[in-house]
Design a protein around this ligand. Structure first.
Ligand code: F6R
Length: 606
């Protein structure tokens, strides 16, 4: 999604803004631009395409110590030079960058046209620049007044050539974070763009407007009432935003997972009572016992993690648990019950639909826990309690380490709830032990990479594939298929293996490689018959299993044998093999793995 960076201080702004834009690249974008104020003049440079195109257009030196920059992911209007941000008014007095969607942009555009102002771009943002310029007086007053007329979502930053050194930012539904520097101030839509300059940050809340100068800032509401804000410290290190010697962020993050799980588990396993300690729930044991059901909400991979988590909790705590895509849930007028515990799951903590679902539950009086990675994010701040994943920043657009960390948190919640209910100390102790050993098992799984790389060639020429699994293995199949689609652009359809004969068998042929997950459990004979059904139709087969079973070898072209772990943790291990497979297939197809087409990190619009 779009990214914002803004700087005011004493240094040359252009290199700082360009560096910030580079840090925001991972979020996905199709054009970029910067505006710098110097000597009461704003100079703007923008370009469709990659940042390199913008870089080529910049003069060697651009004087000015205050400016704004943007990476755009097209929503209103094609990705062209003209539609790229920043947008200016006709007299080039105001420049503005904006994330989000102005829903009443066409009505506002008509009003502008009636007063003789013609917009040159197709964007909703340009409307803001003209409206701001129609106000005389301080920019902050203009921003407050214009935003009262705007419907929709925004994170924005604006500058006015008549107030050099000052930047006005505002937020409604799209994140903006202030970075407090030494004699300089920054703002960005994402921590990654701030980490190099400061450790001290302030998150704007919806409905807040701030003015930044080199030496300070003020935050107020749209009605000009002062807002009291406290700063927090960045939790991630600068090097966590690098590729760490790997060629892709995705590859680094897949390989980080043993370490990530170690961090997710740190201080949370309780060997004395054979349970898990989760500090931030804001619920006592007696409160937790009151819940009769659990509902898990998330989008994309976070939803699939929720499906896997539902199975874990149901199995260990014997509570009915279901997962639902957050966007579907929020639009179907859901019944919210006091006896249901709601859990929202989000890596970024900013996904619009997940946030909207959270607010809908709270509006109806429900209690919501969050499983969130990004510390201080909107979802993290708005939930009633929660568990941080501590996975570190996830830069790759395709989620891997955050997904694995989400599953690990669900295993902890399942253990904790199980031990509050009727799980025996022996089973609890076995789970604690299994979780403790999980990082090592992940390391061992990553050792399968060479074998998986060879199998990748076998799948890379396919145009359509099937991913199959039963019960616990089905969410793994969904997430594995999602990874393949996202980064290799090969069609992959996940199905419960039990459903094959109710429809999809019609499509199974020698041209549709089928990947089937067969955990060694009581359903193995059933999964084997599914494998046989596929084989009979001549489909190439890859089996992912921890079972020592000769029939699997006889029926499969390739078998990936995973380390044996506690049954609850099997989805974590098999999931990692599918991440490696998707990565190597995409590599063979020469895909742009860290910038997959049509995808953005952190979907902050509806
Ligand atoms: C897939 C992927 C997306 C996200 C989804 C939710 O690889 O990254 O499907 O999982 O957009 O994002 P968060 O977890 O930030 O709410």
């Amino acid at each position: 999604m779009c990214g914002i960076i803004a700087y005011t201080g004493t240094k040359s702004a252009a290199p700082i803004l360009m560096d910030g834009l580079r840090k925001l690249e991972y979020r996905g974008y199709d054009s970029s631009g910067i505006s710098i104020i110097n000597r009461k003049r704003i100079r703007t440079f923008k370009a469709a395409g990659k940042l390199l195109v913008l870089e080529d257009r910049l003069p060697d030196e651009i004087a000015g110590a205050c400016g704004i920059g943007h990476t755009r992911w097209a929503t209103h209007g094609a990705p062209t030079d003209i539609n790229a941000h920043p947008h200016m008014d006709e007299s080039a007095r105001i420049s503005v960058v904006h994330n989000g969607i102005i829903e009443n942009a066409s009505a506002l555009r008509k009003q502008l046209e009636n007063s003789g102002i013609i917009c040159v771009s197709e964007t909703d943002t340009e409307v803001l620049a003209h409206l701001l310029a129609s106000h005389r007086g301080p920019l902050i007053d203009a921003v407050r007044s214009v935003l009262k007329k705007v419907q929709g979502t925004y994170g924005l930053a604006a500058i006015d050539k008549d107030s050099p050194g000052s930047i006005v930012i505002a937020r409604n539904g799209s994140p903006v974070i202030i970075g407090i520097g030494d004699g300089e101030m920054l703002a960005a839509s994402d921590m990654s763009a701030l980490a190099r300059h400061t450790r001290e940050v302030i998150h704007l809340d919806d409905g807040e407007v701030a003015e930044l100068t080199a030496t300070g800032f003020t935050v107020t509401t749209l009605d000009a009432q002062p807002s009291t804000k406290s700063s927090s410290q960045l939790t991630s290190e600068l090097e966590e935003y690098d590729k760490g010697g790997y060629s892709h962020y995705l590859h680094r993050e897949i390989h980080d997972q043993d370490n990530v799980v170690l961090k997710t588990l740190r201080g949370r396993l309780d060997t004395r009572f054979s349970t898990a300690h989760l500090g931030g729930l804001n619920l006592h044991a007696r409160d937790l016992l009151k819940f009769k059901r659990i509902k898990i909400l998330g989008c994309g991979s976070a939803y699939y993690a929720g499906m896997a988590g539902a199975n874990m909790i149901e199995e260990l705590a014997r509570l009915p648990v279901s997962a639902e895509p957050a966007a579907e849930f929020r639009y179907r007028n859901p019944i919210i019950e006091a006896e249901t515990l709601y859990i929202v799951v989000s890596q970024s903590g900013e996904t619009f639909d997940t946030l909207a679902a959270l607010r809908e539950v709270q509006r109806k009086g429900g209690f919501v826990l969050g499983i969130v990675n990004s510390v201080g994010s909107t979802i993290a701040r708005e939930v009633n309690g929660g568990v941080y994943m501590h996975a570190g920043p996830e830069v790759s657009v395709a989620s891997t380490k955050a997904y694995t960390s989400m599953l690990t948190v669900f295993a902890l919640i399942a253990l904790m709830l199980g031990r509050l209910r009727d799980m025996s100390p022996q089973r609890g102790s076995a789970m604690v032990h299994a979780l403790d050993e999980l990082p090592q098992h992940i390391k061992d799984t990553l050792q399968l990479e060479d074998q998986i790389e060879k199998i990748a060639g076998f799948m890379a020429s396919a145009t359509s594939t099937f991913y199959l699994g039963r019960t616990d293995a089905f969410p793994v199949a969904l997430e594995g298929a999602q990874k393949l689609k996202e980064i290799s652009y090969i069609h992959a359809e996940a199905y419960p293996a039990s459903e094959l004969k109710h429809g999809p068998l019609a499509l199974i042929s020698i041209d549709t490689p089928c990947l089937i997950i067969l955990p060694d459990n009581e359903l193995l004979p059933k999964s084997l018959s599914s494998l046989e059904e596929i084989r009979t139709r001549g489909a190439p087969t890859i089996s992912i299993t921890d079972a020592d079973n000769e029939q699997i070898d006889a029926l499969s072209d390739h078998v990936i044998r995973t380390p044996r772990v506690d049954s609850i943790l099997k989805p974590i291990i098999s999931g990692i093999t599918l991440q490696l497979l998707a990565y190597h297939i995409a590599l063979k197809l020469d895909r742009d793995i860290d910038q997959p087409r049509n995808l953005a990190k952190s979907v902050t619009v509806e």
